[in-house]
Design a binder for this molecule. Sequence first.
Ligand SMILES: NC(=O)c1ccc[n+]([C@@H]2O[C@H](COP(=O)([O-])OP(=O)(O)OC[C@H]3O[C@@H](n4cnc5c(N)ncnc54)[C@H](O)[C@@H]3O)[C@@H](O)[C@H]2O)c1
Ligand SMILES: O=C(O)C(=O)C[C@@H](O)[C@H](O)[C@H](O)COP(=O)(O)O
Ligand SMILES: [Zn+2]
Length: 368
Amino acid sequence: MTTTIPVAGGAFAPYEVVVGRGLLKTAGAEVAALKPTRAFIVSDETVAAIHGETVRASLEGAGLATGIVTVPAGEASKSFEQLEAVLDRLLAEGLDRKSLVVALGGGVVGDLAGLAAALFMRGIDFVQIPTTLLAQVDSSVGGKTAIDTPRGKNLIGAFHQPRRVLADIEALATLPVRQVRSGWAEVLKHGLICDAAFFDWLGGEGAAGAQGDPDALERAVIRSVEIKAQIVGEDEKEAGRRALLNLGHTFGHALEAELAFDETLTHGEAVALGCAMAFRYSARQGLCPAVEAERAEAGIRAAGLPTRLSDVAHAFAADALIARMAGDKKAEGGRLTLILARAVGDAFTDKDVDAEAVRAFLIEEGAA
Ligand SMILES: NC(=O)c1ccc[n+]([C@@H]2O[C@H](COP(=O)([O-])OP(=O)(O)OC[C@H]3O[C@@H](n4cnc5c(N)ncnc54)[C@H](O)[C@@H]3O)[C@@H](O)[C@H]2O)c1
Ligand SMILES: O=C(O)C(=O)C[C@@H](O)[C@H](O)[C@H](O)COP(=O)(O)O
Ligand SMILES: [Zn+2]
């Protein structure tokens, strides 16, 4: 059985996210229905070795000319160097404007391949086949594509929506447990933003999902995609409500950048810690009851995710973190923007954050 979730709102061509089992094997027919001249796979070395042949055979079986380009696994591949390598390969392969890119992998591959598709001949179609939980619940939906630079996270990118998203729950069976938990962080984020009942389910009946239980994972993917689809349908380019999806990211991206995007923290772990910090900061500023910040932190920690700077083996400096946060894409005219909360399930955007209050908070949190 599959579940189909529409992503629509008028600002872009509508598309569907299909969630189900065995979708890697049937991807060929789904892609062929879009009638491309070719369907070229972009993946990373790890995913290509596990799932590449299934998808390649499915595309070929559906009569599509195909091929595959891979990048090394990991965040470091969201780089100018790998973007250039992928684009050069697409050119060398002779793809045309009616060719289609198939992004097969986690958020790194989706963001990189999506940006390559946005740039190739000024924009060609792409299909997302997300193989991590994080990519299924978040990065494959909504059209944000990007690479990092040493100056910060996702600073070079484009909005480019996929034509279709195929989220195969069976693909998650090979995912390391650390990566399952990492994706769970973005799932928890969706509950923290706007669905307190979902957040409580994730910590109760649904908690097995964080350990890889496929039924709980499927429900978590479906509800997450419903939440994200509704928000991006209203606000594709983050003029307003979409910024809520950045809960935990202003802190989280600053931590990732300070760690030079190494493996100390995955993106999901940084977001988990960032969400706990956003709730504690909200409580400190009197915007949210302390008990709600404790509820948020307990739910995140119960899933085995970090909630405190002391959980990370690195000495962070408050000023360095603030400088990173000032370079965040949400900052306007030098003012920090943070996504804060009144309670679990009730996040809001604060565009006028006092940097001195954040500095004091970071020092209370253990930054130097
Ligand atoms: N565009 C967006 O809206 C958006 C949203 C959230 C996150 N992101 C981005 O996504 C990235 C993180 O994505 P991620 O967490 O998927 O990381 P990732 O793509 O690096 O994947 C994590 C690891 O899992 C491996 N892997 C992937 N699928 C596998 C499978 N089925 N079996 C075994 N191993 C598998 C990968 O090779 C990699 O080593 C970050 O760069 C983040 O900024 C983007
Ligand atoms: O889709 C969005 O909008 C999000 O903010 C989702 C985030 O989980 C994701 O990490 C996104 O890439 C962050 O966007 P950025 O604009 O802060 O780079
Ligand atoms: Zn994220």
